[in-house]
Ligand binder design. Structure first.
Ligand SMILES: NC(=O)C1=CN([C@@H]2O[C@H](COP(=O)(O)OP(=O)(O)OC[C@H]3O[C@@H](n4cnc5c(N)ncnc54)[C@H](OP(=O)(O)O)[C@@H]3O)[C@@H](O)[C@H]2O)C=CC1
Ligand SMILES: O=C(O)CCC(=O)C(=O)O
Length: 445
């Protein structure tokens, strides 16, 4: 009996109980790809969607480490190797106390289609741990990373599975992870991790890529109606890697980011967020965002409320999943927002997406808009493999071209399937078709 979307979804829910984020990510893709399944009955015959929804491999492991007081701590580590039809598993590692298997699976599932959309040869995977780096010393973070890699190293490799950063994993953590991998394996395998420091095989623009890429996508989206970022009032959530470089690029392209946030609240600075100060607070001192107002007296810190209550033309959610629900979407509509472009992974709930669509707000899903990060990671792999190193300008140009291509693919696919302007359908159908075609050619594996 050929599979149907409804039966596959019901099976996913039954086989993966207690994983609502994973169910949500699967549902969003399955709801979009109906038109492609109708045109290609061979996908159902080969049970492609059932196979895509089942990870190729899931690894769960103990991560014991010692804190600065000499106490033993135990965390849980994960790597979900979801789909390798297009290339080695590729996707970040998240260190956050909320991490559990369902979060890693939702992220890994999204990564399959995102990576396909880049047009580059990378499969999808994701990993992480329920470790909270907040408040830890550098030494504690190092010991945690070393213990994490002491198990992970046997599962990864430049041709097998190539992790990178995500929430709580930036240049510092990638450095410690790489050092331990090199020590255990006695191999200088640059391509085993991306997001590395520039001193040891990292790529120019990888640090900036996700935030810059999301803003390039926003510029392309606005261009469709003859508009641009020039003069736009923008609100960004988060104040981490993606948020910081999204703010930088908005300012470079003539917009003004008036608010950003962290998990405690947000800061409103009508003069435009001072990026140098933000980087010092978040990248160097690693302190809470409300410290911003000590240095900028005209700015306001608001705790315990959503940044989406600040009126804006463009919203760039760059923090975490499901941060824009129905109430936040309604606030954005009331505040005059014309477009929401996701820098984070799945930050907008299905209810919020419906509210935005009903109000005519343009919406770009993360798997298209935030693909710049993983695209530049794939470029880092290419540079490592050829022992080459591109300039900043060259790398930024490649990123910009990649985002323009992703936008064009989403746009053209949505048109082709009779859903003009629907970036969710365009992204899901285009990514799905590329993976499905490769899976068909590989036979039953
Ligand atoms: N790094 C990358 O290259 C890519 C990242 N992404 C996605 O972008 C998003 C941000 O990642 P990144 O910038 O790397 O992570 P960071 O750890 O650098 O920053 C995360 C930011 O989001 C905030 N945040 C996290 N959880 C919550 C929460 N529950 N409520 C409110 N704020 C929260 C953090 O605040 P606080 O410090 O208070 O926790 C912090 O400001 C994630 O969804 C990630 O999956 C997508 C593609 C690539
Ligand atoms: O750069 C990478 O490999 C992964 C980036 C990532 O985790 C993501 O796109 O969500």
């Amino acid at each position: 009996m050929p599979e149907t979307v409804d039966t596959v979804y019901a099976n996913v829910v039954n086989r993966n109980p207690g994983e609502p984020e994973f169910h949500q990510a699967v549902r969003e893709v399955l709801e979009s790809i109906g038109p492609a399944l109708a045109r290609h009955p061979e996908y159902a015959d080969a049970r492609i969607i059932e196979r895509i929804c089942e990870p190729e491999r899931q690894i769960i492991f103990r991560v014991p480490w010692e804190d600065d007081q000499g106490r033993i701590r135990v965390n849980r580590g994960f790597r979900v190797e979801f789909n390798s039809a297009l290339g080695p598993f590729k996707g970040g590692l998240r260190f956050h106390p909320s991490v559990y298997l369902g979060i890693v699976k939702f992220l890994g599932f999204e990564q399959i289609f995102k990576n396909a959309l880049t047009g580059l040869p990378i499969g999808g995977g994701k990993g992480g741990a329920d470790f909270d780096p907040k408040g830890c010393s550098d030494r504690e973070v190092m010991r945690f990373c070393q213990s994490f890699m002491t198990e992970l190293y046997r599962h990864i490799g430049a041709q097998t599975d190539v992790p990178a950063g995500d929430i709580g994993v930036g240049g510092r953590e990638i450095g410690y992870l790489f050092g331990q991998y090199k020590r255990i394996t006695n191999r200088y395998e640059s391509g085993v991790l991306t997001g590395k420091g520039l001193a040891y095989g990292g790529a120019q623009v990888r640090r900036e890529a996700t935030g810059y890429g999301a803003v390039f996508f926003a510029e392309e989206l606005l261009k469709q109606t003859g508009d641009s970022l020039e003069g736009k009032r923008v609100v960004v959530s988060g104040s981490g890697n993606v948020a910081i470089y999204a703010i930088e690029k908005v300012h470079q392209l003539g917009g003004r980011v008036v608010a950003c946030s962290d998990s405690d609240g947000y800061v409103l600075d009508e003069a435009g967020i001072d990026l140098e100060l933000l980087r010092e607070l978040k990248e160097e001192r690693r302190v809470r965002l409300d410290n911003y107002v000590r240095h900028v007296p005209h700015a306001v810190a608001v705790s315990g409320r959503t940044v989406w209550e600040v009126p804006c033309d463009l919203a760039l959610p760059c923090a975490t999943q499901n941060e824009i629900g129905g109430a936040e979407a309604a606030a954005l509509v009331a505040g005059g927002c014309i477009a929401v472009v996701e820098g984070a992974n799945m930050p907008t709930t299905p209810e919020a997406v419906r509210i935005l669509a009903g109000a005519g707000v343009k919406f770009a899903p993360g798997k298209a808009a935030n693909a710049g990060g993983v695209a530049v990671s794939a470029m880092e792999m290419a540079q490592n493999a050829s022992r080459d190193s591109w300039t900043f300008a060259q790398s930024e140009k490649r990123l910009w071209e990649t985002m323009r291509d992703i936008h064009a693919r989403c746009w053209a696919t949505a048109e082709e399937y009779g859903l003009p302007g629907d970036y969710v359908a365009g992204a899901n159908i285009n990514g799905f078709r590329r993976v499905a075609e490769a899976m068909l050619e590989h036979g039953l594996v």
